[in-house]
Write a protein that binds this ligand. Structure first.
Ligand SMILES: Cc1cc2nc3c(=O)[nH]c(=O)nc-3n(C[C@H](O)[C@H](O)[C@H](O)COP(=O)(O)OP(=O)(O)OC[C@H]3O[C@@H](n4cnc5c(N)ncnc54)[C@H](O)[C@@H]3O)c2cc1C
Length: 411
């Protein structure tokens, strides 16, 4: 058994314990933080990763909103490298309890607190503006508000606090479970903890802090102090990734390096088509085809090289706009389909424009291959002309006419 003496023992290696230990260490106290597992391994590591600015308290407790926003501002100032802006999009539907005026009034009130946390005020968006950000939003939407908060990786934030505490003299030990308190009657004189090697040790202190979050009642019991806690469930709803496909791993076998989208055709249509359907309904001008392996759509070729996928896009989804390839020099595609070969295949399948974005020499070779394909009829001339026309129309839509080179021509 080892025994050590400190000003303060902090039990709990979550964000609260880590923050308390940091503040004390920076203030000159000798501190011993004890956590039973990895730092941030409890509730802190399971958080959604948002630094609450406190909008939910606006209706009944502005003081808490002010405190939350002020705390968020402190974290942003101390650890700007760890936080990122998160812009929430709050769509309003007809008949919503909080209609758009009511929601905007709430956002106007919240705007008063945003400077405390160095955030931006809300924006009110029209349905079209909101759908530019999220094409899958309903056509019936009345409008939307933005609301800015800060996001953070809670493990990094917790560990950053521990690291700062250590740099200021704290002797932090994780994987040390407090199993008992050293007491003299009602006075707590420190803790007995079991180390990672199973040994039982003591850390004595003038003050012992219980920062064990949901485990507080069991520590309270050791001190003879009942702590009533009613754990509540946080229920995050997790959606498929937005605005694209649901691939979550690389294809290990057939086409190494290509993301693999699994599932039967019906599943792929129901799950992966939705963002495209919504985007097309909202009138997007162009669609990019990624290099994916979707066996349900085509078991023999990646999506960007597949005539079946292109047909599905045009026929199933009724898309008439410009179809652009993802970069044909991407390492996952190019070993099997060198860019000149891939370009001809993509265009003759019905694509309109290819991207070759690494080497000029490869771009030139690709251009030559397209030229040759038109001359030998592999890529019909009429198809090329139709694509050029579509691209010109797009250019005219977005660029001042004088800047569009009408001389853009096919071979
Ligand atoms: C699903 C969910 C999502 C959330 N999302 C957010 C969010 O986005 N933003 C936000 O601000 N808040 C969020 N919260 C709330 C936030 O996570 C908590 O308020 C915060 O993590 C509490 O930190 P803590 O340090 O008090 O507790 P914990 O992180 O639980 O830390 C307690 C620590 O005590 C340790 N411990 C317990 N017993 C002992 C012992 N005997 N000896 C030694 N160590 C012990 C545990 O191992 C644990 O690491 C969320 C909460 C949940 C449940």
């Amino acid at each position: 058994m080892t025994s050590s003496a400190h000003d303060v023992v902090v039990i709990g290696g979550g964000v609260t314990g880590a923050g308390v230990a940091r503040d004390l260490a920076r203030g000159g106290a000798s501190v011993r933080p004890c956590g039973k597992d990895c730092y941030g391994g409890g509730t802190s590591g399971a958080a959604s990763g948002m630094i609450h600015g406190g909008p939910r308290y606006l209706e009944f407790d502005w003081r808490t909103t002010r405190l939350s926003a002020g705390d968020a501002g402190k974290i942003v100032r101390i650890a700007r490298h760890m936080v990122h802006r998160v812009v929430f999009l709050l769509p309003v539907m007809p008949g919503d309890k909080h209609n758009i005026e009511r929601l905007e009034t709430a956002m106007e009130v919240y705007d008063r607190f945003q400077p405390l946390k160095l955030s931006n005020p809300h924006l009110r968006l029209t349905p079209a503006e909101a759908r530019q950000l999220e094409p899958a939003l309903s056509d019936e939407m009345v409008g939307a508000m933005t609301m800015e908060e800060w996001g953070v990786d809670p493990h990094r934030l917790t560990f950053g606090n521990v690291q700062d505490a250590i740099e200021n003299g704290a002797r932090a030990i994780n994987h040390s479970r407090v199993v008992d308190l050293i007491r003299d009657g009602a006075n707590v004189l420190g803790v007995r903890y079991r180390g990672a090697d199973g040994s039982l040790n003591e850390a004595r202190a003038k003050v012992t802090v219980n920062a064990t979050g949901p485990w507080s009642p069991s520590l309270g019991k050791m001190a003879g102090v009942p702590i009533d806690l009613r754990p509540a469930k946080g229920i995050p709803i997790v959606y498929d990734p937005r605005g694209g496909h649901s691939a979550d791993r690389l294809d290990p076998a057939d086409r190494p390096g290509l993301p693999l989208v699994v599932g039967a055709l019906a599943t792929v249509r129901r799950r992966d088509w939705v963002p495209f359907q919504s985007g097309i309904r909202a009138g997007v001008d162009s669609v990019m085809v990624g290099h994916l392996n979707v066996p349900a759509l085509d078991a023999t070729a990646p999506t960007s090289m597949s005539a079946a996928v292109m047909r599905a896009r045009r026929q199933d989804l009724g898309y008439r706009g410009v179809v652009i390839s993802d970069d044909l020099q991407m390492g996952a595609l190019s070993p099997q389909y060198p860019p000149p070969v891939a370009a001809v295949r993509f265009l003759s399948n019905g694509g309109d424009m290819v991207v070759v974005s690494h080497d000029l020499a490869v771009a030139d070779a690709t251009d030559d291959a397209i030229h040759a394909a038109v001359l030998n009829g592999t890529y019909p001339r009429a198809q090329l002309d139709a694509s050029v026309q579509k691209l010109l129309n797009l250019a005219l839509k977005f660029m001042p006419q004088s800047r569009v080179r009408r001389s853009a021509s096919s071979p």
